[in-house]
Write a protein that binds this ligand. Structure first.
Ligand code: AMP
Ligand code: MG
Length: 489
């Protein structure tokens, strides 16, 4: 029996949607990282597989039995401008496996060489950006946020050429699927309605099976994606996560986070925060993310119109618009529900303590993660660490008075509230300076220890442990003043 039980439905059922293609063979692959718990959850029989074999399998040197690599076609709006053909320019879908929970999961390479979609790119990826993708994905996963994850990172032993010469790597990504808003746009823009329908039917069967029985399955598909994205973005916002490049080709139909290029977590709370070096207009600023998601979903809706009403696509506009307009309400509801859980209070409609709290954080640029987390100690009677996050104590004291009154009315003991708050508000997030430190050590010195230690801390973000205080602190202000992140290209 092969070690990986591939079942490659995308290549099999949608042959027009992807091009069979082989990865580049790396010169000297060596395994930098192997995600053993993820491998186990996928049912991979890899424990007996030699490290050299894993390095060969997950770099393209020698494919595991059953893999059928294809480059997937997709289009996308990048910073608002439409590119009709993007596709897997440095990625390949190896195939799919059914995981231990019965879920179909993609295994895909990133950085595996040129494909027919590469345009002027080299198809390669560097160690640093691939480790960033690994660290961010594992952090989001541990926070309970739907995300693609890294199974393996293999150094290729080759150099890639960017602003400087960098060590190359191939990342193996696990995803609920790699179907993007841009995948639909690709076939819609070409007027290939049969292919568009095949893609929609495949997506419904894989991600939204209940939609198949709806009066209009394609409208139900749009509704399902809106709901999933509303929840995802609400979770990002409460984690202080900034994706950084929310182009339509970087938004999944499954509702998982994907394609971590210039992404980063925010320290001091400021809705205008932008880290990405290429986002000069702040299109993908922290506070814009919900409305960009809605804009992207409108592009999905446009692509689906000819399926929603085949005889007269324009007649589908009112129904599709109604679904899109529902996104704002769904997002707000999710955001309030999660936000009040983080305050230890029952959710309610309309502005209230949650909005006041964030206004307070914004006014004093308090550390987003620590301010939330130290509410737990404040609930249990020790407000000193919380107070230390605020320069001006009076507005905080006023707000705490109202919050304590509502907590008292809820009937929970202070200890119960503190425990609930610790379970809802993480202490450890990937702090930017620590991520950079880990990437630099691996990239410049081949030293994976800082990355592995950071991953171990981030695996349990809600549990305070001795000796890890350094992982809780924001970067020194001087370091962050001109902090910029870069796309992984
Ligand atoms: P990304 O910025 O990773 O979301 O990629 C946007 C598009 O550019 C996708 O079509 C990628 O396949 C393509 N791309 C990014 N980097 C490279 C590269 N080094 N070589 C070829 N294509 C690339
Ligand atoms: Mg992308």
């Amino acid at each position: 029996m092969p070690a990986i039980a591939f079942d490659n439905s995308y290549a099999r059922e949608l042959p027009q949607h992807a091009t069979p293609w082989q990865p580049a063979v790396p010169r000297a692959p060596s395994l930098l990282y192997w995600n053993a718990p993820l491998a186990a959850s996928l049912g991979l029989e890899a424990s007996a597989v030699a490290t050299e074999t894993l390095a060969a399998w997950f770099s393209g040197a020698e494919l595991p039995e059953g893999a059928e690599p294809v480059a997937q076609a997709y289009a996308g709006h990048q910073f608002g401008g439409f590119s009709p053909s993007l596709g897997d320019g440095r990625a390949l879908l190896l195939g799919e496996v059914i995981d231990r929970a019965g879920q179909r999961r993609d295994l895909a390479f990133k950085g595996s060489g040129r494909t027919p979609f590469s345009r002027r790119g080299d198809g390669k990826a560097a160690v640093g950006p691939m480790l960033r993708e690994l660290i961010i994905g594992e952090a989001l996963h541990a926070l309970g946020i739907p995300t693609t994850r890294a199974l393996a990172v293999v150094a290729t032993g080759e150099e890639v050429y960017r602003d400087t010469t960098l060590p190359g790597a191939v990342l193996t990504r696990v995803a609920a699927s790699h179907i993007r808003v841009g995948t639909f746009q690709y076939f819609a823009a070409r007027g290939e309605l049969e292919q568009l329908k095949a893609l929609a039917d495949y997506t419904i069967a894989r991600h939204y099976p209940a939609a198949a029985a709806a009066a209009n399955p394609y409208l139900a598909l749009l509704q399902g994606v809106c709901t999933a994205q509303a929840r995802l973005i609400a979770q990002w916002m409460h984690a202080g996560f900034i994706h950084g490049v929310m182009n339509t080709d970087n938004m999944t139909l499954s509702g998982e986070s994907i394609d971590f290029g210039p992404c980063a977590f925010m320290d001091g709370y400021n809705p205008d925060t932008v880290f990405s070096s290429i986002d000069s207009q702040g299109r993908y600023a922290y506070g814009n993310q919900p409305w960009i998601a809605q804009w992207n979903l409108a592009r999905l809706a446009e692509a689906l119109l000819p399926l929603i009403a085949p005889d007269d696509p324009a007649s589908a506009v009112p129904a599709a618009t109604e679904v899109l307009e529902g996104f704002a309400g769904q997002y707000l509801q999710q955001w309030r529900e999660l936000g009040y859980r983080k305050l230890g209070l029952p959710a309610h409609d309309g502005p209230g303590l949650l909005e006041d709290w964030l206004a307070l954080l914004a006014a004093q640029a308090a550390d987003h993660t620590l301010a939330w987390r130290y509410l737990a100690a404040a609930a249990a009677g020790d407000g000193s660490r919380l107070a230390a996050q605020f320069a001006d104590p009076q507005p905080l004291a006023d707000w705490l008075g109202q919050w304590r009154a509502q907590l008292a009315a809820s009937g929970a003991t202070p200890q119960q509230t503190a425990a609930a708050l610790c379970a809802a508000n993480p202490l450890y997030i990937p702090r930017n300076h620590l991520v950079e430190e880990a990437l630099a050590a691996a990239s410049e010195r081949g030293d994976m220890a800082p990355a592995l230690q950071l991953l171990a801390v981030l695996a349990e973000p809600f549990t305070e442990r001795d000796g890890l205080a350094r992982y809780t602190q924001p970067a020194p202000a001087a370091l962050m003043a001109d902090y910029r992140t870069f796309c992984g290209t």
